[in-house]
Design a protein around this ligand. Structure first.
Ligand code: UDP
Length: 394
């Protein structure tokens, strides 16, 4: 019969570069649905990528190290999946906005409209009113600003979007795609849930604990603090799944894709600093975009002290962590060049926010990794060329 060594040698050996949600969900699906061993490398000293959470040593508060992450999805299967990885507690994200020294409700809802214009409109009255503000001469909005002027008009746009967007993206909102604004709802009732998705919550033990559970398997070996370098010999692996920046894989040979990065200034205080998780600062003159006070994510915990982050946005330099893909016209051209080269490679797939260069939320990333694992495994089993990317379009 087979001895242990032959049995092990028959297993496929995969490398996953990056231990965020893409990499860890994929690893879990591959070990559960095929006979393989997996190495995961991550250059940071922790799992979780930009979703990483850890308890602050001074206060014991669970901190979202790379900025606020609120789990939300409209898909029951994704909600069930994340709940199978750890306990979630109810949390609805309610964001406040500071504009010209006054606090408003966000996303734009009936309360915001009534606050800004000093009115007490009913839903129908607010709709009629907003139609008088909207610029209906814009029939097919081509950018962020046109989208805003077409649907909410210049008063709301100037109060909440122009300054924040200019700070966040470092350019005029006319240069940005309308899709960025479409992330945020506009409502004619008092629903101030920042997200439209019905399933929402916060993991009791943080996001990193969910990913620890995903890689807790004898066939998965995670090596932290291991930097991938495009020149490395990866011959030992039957397939490599790369979740880092696609331009870095190709040593930036066509140039660098544009990203915004954010930096955080950490502050401590006694008690409650701002009374809510997230306050946006919409005026251009305020140097930061928002303040996140982490204790409000977990209102079932009690903490005497508080920790909050002031968030600043800037252009990404080679030594910064890339956060938000800018996707300007020149970026899309570069992306297409890299994708064409990637499609011609053998034995490598590209997955996740950085490798596909898209603005993705956690539920998108998780859903796509689950789907990708399925289609990749089925292609391999049926002897077809496995997919290089999870998405068709660049
Ligand atoms: N935005 C804005 N003002 C706000 C909140 C958001 O102008 O108070 C714009 C800004 O351009 C931002 C985009 O809407 O990049 C998407 O906002 P979201 O809150 O979804 O951003 P994230 O939390 O992903 O940084």
């Amino acid at each position: 019969g087979l001895n242990v060594h032959t049995a092990v040698a028959m297993k496929k050996k995969y490398l996953i570069i990056g231990a965020g949600f893409s990499g860890t969900v994929l690893a879990d699906q591959l070990v559960k649905n095929s006979d393989c061993v997996i190495d995961i490398w991550d250059e940071r000293d922790h799992l979780g990528g930009n979703c990483h959470t850890s308890r602050d040593a001074k206060t014991g508060i669970m901190v979202h190290q790379y900025g606020p992450h609120i789990f939300n999805t409209d898909k029951k299967e994704i909600w069930d999946y994340v709940n199978s990885l750890g306990e979630f507690r109810p949390y609805v994200h309610r964001v406040k906005a500071m504009s010209k020294g006054k606090v408003y409700s966000l996303p734009v809802n009936l309360h915001t409209i009534n606050q800004l214009f000093g009115k007490s409109f009913t839903p129908d009255e607010a709709k009629v009113f907003l139609e008088t503000l909207a610029d209906t001469s814009i029939t097919d909005p081509q950018n962020f600003e046109e989208q805003a002027l077409r649907f909410i008009g210049k008063e709301l746009y100037n109060a909440f979007f122009y300054g924040y967007t200019k700070k966040q993206w470092g350019c005029e909102p006319t240069e940005l795609p309308a899709s960025i604004l479409k992330r945020i709802p506009v409502r004619f009732n008092y629903d101030d849930n920042y997200h439209n998705n019905i399933y929402t919550g916060i993991p009791v033990n943080g996001y990193t604990a969910l990913m620890e559970k995903l890689v807790d398997h004898p066939a998965i070996t995670v090596t932290l603090g291991k930097r991938f370098d495009p020149g490395m010999d990866l011959e030992a692996y039957d397939h490599v799944f790369y979740t880092g920046p696609i331009d870095a894989w190709f040593k930036f040979k066509y140039g660098r894709l544009g990203y915004r990065t954010v930096t955080f200034e950490t502050h401590y205080a006694d008690g409650d600093f701002q009374g809510t998780t997230q306050m946006n600062f919409c005026d251009e003159e305020v140097p930061y975009t928002r303040i996140t006070e982490h204790k409000h994510f977990t209102n079932w915990e009690k903490h005497d002290q508080t920790i909050y982050f002031k968030e600043f946005s800037k252009e990404t330099t080679p030594s910064d962590i890339p956060y938000y893909p800018k996707r300007l016209e020149q970026d899309k051209k570069l992306l297409l060049q890299y994708r064409t080269d990637a499609e011609a490679l053998q034995g490598i797939s590209f997955l996740g926010r950085l490798a596909t260069y898209r603005y993705m939320d956690m539920h998108h990333v998780i859903g796509e990794a689950l789907d990708f694992a399925k289609s990749w495994l089925s292609a391999v089993k049926t002897g077809q060329k496995p997919p290089v990317f999870p998405n068709r379009e660049a």
